[in-house]
Design a protein around this ligand. Sequence first.
Ligand SMILES: NC(=O)c1ccc[n+]([C@@H]2O[C@H](COP(=O)([O-])OP(=O)(O)OC[C@H]3O[C@@H](n4cnc5c(N)ncnc54)[C@H](OP(=O)(O)O)[C@@H]3O)[C@@H](O)[C@H]2O)c1
Length: 331
Amino acid sequence: MTEQERYTASPDRYNNSETMYRRCGRSGILLPKVSLGLWHNFGADDPLERSRSILHSAFDNGVTHFDLANNYGPPYGTAEETFGKIMERDFRTYRDEMFISTKAGYDMWQGPYGNWGSRKYLIASLDQSLRRMKIDYVDLFYSHRYDPHTPLEETLQAIVDIVRAGKALYAGISRWPLEALKFAYDYLSERDVPLLIYQGRLNLIDRAPHDEGILDFCHSRGVGFISFSPLAQGLLTERYLHDVPEGSRMSRGRTLTPERLTPELLEYLHTLKSIADGRGENMAQTALAWILAQRGVTSTLVGASSVAQLMRNLSCINASPFSDEQLRLLK
Ligand SMILES: NC(=O)c1ccc[n+]([C@@H]2O[C@H](COP(=O)([O-])OP(=O)(O)OC[C@H]3O[C@@H](n4cnc5c(N)ncnc54)[C@H](OP(=O)(O)O)[C@@H]3O)[C@@H](O)[C@H]2O)c1
């Protein structure tokens, strides 16, 4: 697609609504089972037309939720800028059909006010994010990580005030430990800004939110749960079964390194491959379907460096149920 071509969303984008959407906890919001994250592949270093086609294909296939953060890129801020360009050029008329999130909590700018969980940082950061994305509000604003040094009340009150100011419609937290999550749930509920969703890393080879009780807590309180890095950055696909392909995330070595490919992990990946083959599925499809089968999970937040990857990931929506034997082998 060239820059000049106008984008019109597919009229079929909601054809699979029955199977595509899940209610986010006890809320009015439905989220797609597969949401798209812009951590990688949407920065200034990535080809804009490729980022644009991935976003178009997602929306054309019913993916209404797009997840960003202030420091996605690289460089920091540029994934939001890319999204802003596409918002301006293509998505403006569809804004009300989209659920857009951003976050602050990791390092973003120099000095003492560009990191962690202060009110100063969160409020200034969201204002910057809105300018970069060329939107007036986000649907969801997250504290990106737990800050052990800032009073939780300060971080949470900043989120309450952000929602009350209309700059975000819903509140979320990511990577907070269970005790802090419980505190956040109570604090936000008491102020009528209920916690909509928790974002945590959950996939076949990292089950911490499950083991730590976070998933159960969210489920019992009606808080949604969205799993990030559901394919373990691509490990749980065919990508690394035989080598480290040129151009892959691991070959770039920034957030995924070859040391991850231990003999034990490779053995597990081959088991996953044979289970996926037996189910007539691709590995990503099976890995994502496993996440969606966990009690309390609302959505999986995939990344994709091509439209083809995104489409393979979306196929998890039609995956088969798991047999007990398959679940045992995937343990
Ligand atoms: N809250 C947090 O702290 C946090 C942390 C991390 C991520 N997140 C969120 O979660 C989102 C997803 O994270 P992630 O990008 O790590 O997710 P992921 O889905 O686990 O990994 C995505 C990467 O795996 C590869 N891949 C994806 N589908 C594939 C397929 N079908 N076949 C082969 N390879 C495939 C691609 O890498 P190649 O480049 O090799 O093609 C792709 O960029 C982020 O964008 C962000 O929104 C949040």
